[in-house]
Design a protein around this ligand. Structure first.
Ligand code: 6R9
Length: 559
């Protein structure tokens, strides 16, 4: 049975509702790159910004069902742009502002956007990036784009494209000037619960990125519920998720979840080590953050700098510490718990994906007697039914076993399709284990029935018939004090099937190739070790291409 509701746009749940009850509550704290220069935006102000932007987009021809690409770092205007799209029934497509012009162009083309919203320049870690110039380059190969709205993050002017002096022919507009012309009231569009709320691109292991489609009602409900119950969020808390809004984590836990719950949410523009490795904890002290949500890669980096950077600052407001993005190794988990949380804050290792919309496997410390085992994602969230499969596609029913992680029943936050490619959606997620949603990850279920994620299955190593998760070996290697991080990859071995190769141990490197969101790209390393340099696949999400060059060179020397 399928029940569908006609609803007011999602934005009413995130804004109007709270403006009625607490208009002067702070909705957003924009933690700008320069420490101590934060900007606070109340729910009333955010609704006004959103309405003006919604009217601006409508006046410029954006209609229900269109897709607007947002290429901006975390800032109130970016959030208001997302909400403005939602208000008028257009889908948003946020592209991480660290992506190259080519990666941006590919995503604009696939989404068929006619409108782009950007900033003149980005500022991160004290460095300025030329975002508007990247848009100009990207648009040379994006014929669908008719208009670009530009916000000013810095005072430096940028070239604005005017094709003709006749107003209608101008392509680029200043957002603030346009917003000033608009009314403060913008009627929200009526939407079906299954209408699209946004697209978000995530890279596949090969080929072009996938534009996952999330819908109105289920996504917001799931983001709000998980935000409340996983983090033990209560009214008046300040929620500090340091993920960029270009990732699903930023969508669900910097924007939609906290705002649906009427919370105060932090938009973090900087890096964990700018201006020094105390940045996170100085921010926790200054903004009185109650829940902190970050990635293992940053924790591994920070623990290397020593405890004094943490001890310097008052962290007594913290109640819950969250981790997301990759398996958290024991050393980083213990450090987070003992040093950052002074042993008093539960650590929630939250497993989920762009595809799942929100957290699926996680401890729930708000429940009485909730046990948390270090390094384990523990238990499914309400409504999630995890299943482990063996190599023949049979359900593993016993405990103390490992297998391919699938989910048995649909849940409200799951992505509904891949934009313009439903076939790829069913092939990737539904066909490998018919009747189940396949996550692509491997997991171990303990004797007690608790889950531990062992890493991507495409990274799993099979040595003499024993399946070993990359995370398990990395955990051991990372405990050597000379090693900050490691990446384990399998390579063909004519006796054992696969041997394994430990980057930064067998081969020491200065840095590992990572995505911009901090995930180690093990498939790239595997290709290097297999000497298949033509098969490196989609590198558009790679943070620092020089890291790969360095490893290719190092590997040649080893061989
Ligand atoms: C939210 C997000 C999804 C992939 C996922 C898995 C890995 C995420 C994890 C984790 C172990 C955790 N992952 N959280 N692995 N423990 N707590 O990161 O979404 O960017 O789509 O990545 O990240 O491999 O399949 P996304």
């Amino acid at each position: 049975m399928c029940i569908r509701f006609l609803l007011c746009s999602r934005v009413v749940n995130c804004l109007d509702r709270h403006v009625h009850t607490c208009p002067e509550r702070v909705a957003l704290i924009w933690e700008r790159d320069e420490p101590g220069s934060e900007v606070k935006i109340t729910y009333r102000q955010l609704l006004e910004m959103t309405c003006r932007l919604g009217n601006m987009l409508r006046r410029r021809g954006v209609r229900k069902g269109d897709c607007v690409t947002i290429y901006m770092p975390p800032c109130p205007l970016a959030v208001a742009s997302m909400l403005a799209c939602a208000r008028i029934g257009a889908a948003h497509n946020v592209v991480f502002a660290g992506f190259s012009a080519e990666a941006l162009a590919e995503r604009i083309r696939d989404a068929q956007s006619s409108t782009v919203i950007t900033v003149n320049q980005g500022v991160r870690g004290g460095k300025v990036t030329e975002l508007k110039k990247a848009v100009d380059t990207a648009l040379q190969s994006c014929p669908t784009v008719q208009q670009v709205f530009v916000a000013m993050r810095t005072e430096n002017p940028v070239a604005m494209t005017a094709r003709d002096i006749v107003m209608e022919e101008v392509r680029d507009h200043y957002v603030i000037q346009e917003m000033q012309k608009e009314d403060l009231v913008c009627e929200p569009a009526a939407m079906d619960s299954e209408d699209v709320l946004f697209l978000l691109y995530t890279s596949g292991s090969t080929g072009k990125p996938k534009g996952l489609v999330h819908t109105q009602a289920g996504y917001l409900l799931y983001a709000a519920l998980t935000h409340k119950y996983v983090f033990n969020y209560s009214d008046g808390d300040v929620f500090g998720c340091v993920a960029d809004i270009g990732w699903i984590t930023g969508h669900s836990y910097s924007v939609y979840g906290p705002l649906a719950n009427g919370g105060t949410t932090v938009l973090f523009e900087s890096t964990p080590i700018y201006p020094d490795p105390g940045r996170y904890w100085e921010m926790v002290q200054r903004l009185k953050i109650n829940q902190f949500y970050g990635a293992p890669t940053a924790l591994r980096l920070l623990l290397k700098y020593g405890d004094q950077w943490v001890h310097k600052y008052d962290r007594s407001t913290l109640k819950t510490l969250g981790s997301v993005g990759e398996p958290i190794n024991t050393e980083a988990w213990e450090w987070y718990h003992r040093v950052v949380g002074d042993g008093r804050c539960p650590v929630v290792d939250t497993w989920w994906q762009t595809e799942t919309g929100g957290i699926c496997i996680t401890p729930r410390p708000s429940e009485p007697d909730a046990e948390i085992v270090p390094g384990m994602a523990m238990r499914p969230f309400f409504g999630i039914e995890p299943v482990l499969m063996d190599t023949e596609g049979k359900v593993l029913t016993s405990n103390d076993t490992s297998g391919a992680l699938c989910i048995a029943q649909p849940w409200p936050g799951m992505a509904r399709t891949i934009h313009n490619d439903h076939q790829r959606f069913t092939e990737t997620y539904c066909q490998p284990y018919p009747g189940y949603f396949f996550t692509g990850d491997g997991a171990y279920r303990s004797k007690e029935g608790y889950y531990q994620i062992t890493g991507r299955l495409d990274d799993v190593i099979n040595v003499s018939g024993h399946r070993i998760g990359t995370a398990e070996i990395e955990d051991v290697v990372n405990q050597y004090s000379a090693v900050a991080e490691s990446a384990i990859i399998g390579y063909p071995h004519n006796i054992k099937g696969q041997g394994y190769h430990i980057m930064s141990f067998s081969q020491f490197v200065h840095r590992l190739p990572k995505t911009r969101s901090g995930k180690i790209m093990r498939r790239v390393l595997r290709k290097v070790v297999e000497q298949d340099l033509n098969g490196l696949g989609d590198l558009s999400t790679l943070d620092d291409p020089a890291a790969v060059e360095e490893i290719i060179q190092g590997h040649r020397e080893l061989c």
